[in-house]
Design a protein around this ligand. Sequence first.
Ligand code: NHO
Length: 366
Amino acid sequence: STQNRVFIAVIGAGGVGKCFLGQLADLAARRPATRLSLCYITTSKKAVYNKDYSDISITGALDSLAASTQTPLSIPAVVDYLAAAPAKVVLVDNTSSQDVADAYPLILSRGISIVTPNKKAFTGSYKHWQDIFTSATTSGAKVYHEASCGAGLPLISTVKDLVETGDQITRVEGIFSGTLSFLFNSFAPANPTGAAAGKWSAEVSKAKELGYTEPDPRDDLNGMDVARKLTILARLAGLPVESPTAFPVESLIPKELESVASGDEYLEKLPQFDSQMEELKAAAEKEGKVLRYVGSVDVTTQTLKVGLESFDRSHPFAALKGSDNIFSFYTKRYGSNPLIIQGAGAGGEVTAMGVTSDLIKVLSQI
Ligand code: NHO
């Protein structure tokens, strides 16, 4: 019978995608009542699929991909292939592709559900945001994107629960970037211990060596990743934010280095500008505070901003460790003591967990 069979299509098998496949294999083993049939898997170069929809082994999927001579289908062809499958389909978008994100309204309108950590679809125009959710409502397909903000931390589900139970979110603020969290926790620790903090440029190089930053660290330091995540939370809290560039975002890249050709050249020249960040750090210290890179949305005044702020050493934002994220939700019900969510906000396994938990939600609804 096809009753308890669900087809899974996976686009993207990089850092997050590989971890997701491990979690999917585990889920399939623990959930014998549903047959999770992997029917399509692709990277940007190679694909594996069978025209008769016969199962691709989940545990062998990466090896099959490596050995495959099939190339990816075009997006319209994938949509046709999946829409014709003989049972419900969930598409897992583990890419950061704009092309895939642009196709969400089409994919959903054909009855294919989507789970994804990809921020692009939810940070385009407000009209694209509306098209996504309207298409889903009309066709009955589901769309979940928990890991598009704060990796596996339950942020999006929490915002939805607050809104749907009739609470009013008045303000959200947080440390949205794993990379920037790490940088300020090391550069300006609330409780310095032992080794002195390095210069700003040395901490940026260290973050890159540890694999926290994007290949070009400027992609983290320009604040756009934070602006995208803030846009998503603000829209869920009820604000029709037009785009992640529609509000002030403070870039941490010195003007002189904005247009240097490569990330390597940026890192090479960054020490010449260390005094800028030292001065900001010293000014905060004079008031007994530490610098943190924060995103905030005031729902009441419809004000969004992303940038540096100073916090008392006893503030929860000051005491963060490693590359953790933290988010405070001020609401009518919670009053002046916010609901706080904190923990790892980057990394393959925790991001994949957000995707897998979304898949479990979809499986219970389709
Ligand atoms: P990779 O490792 O580059 O893998 C991308 C895969 O997609 C590759 O297999 C590539 O071949 C495939 N691909 C790309 N375009 C394609 C196309 N058009 N068709 C088919 N395949 C295509 O990327 P990741 O690291 O695995 O990331 C995947 C997605 O998860 C991205 O959208 C990313 O933004 C999102 N994500 C990742 C993380 C993380 O920690 N790695 C997080 C959240 C979401 O919370 C995390 C975070 O924000 C980290 C952030 N940098 C921070 O806070 O510092």
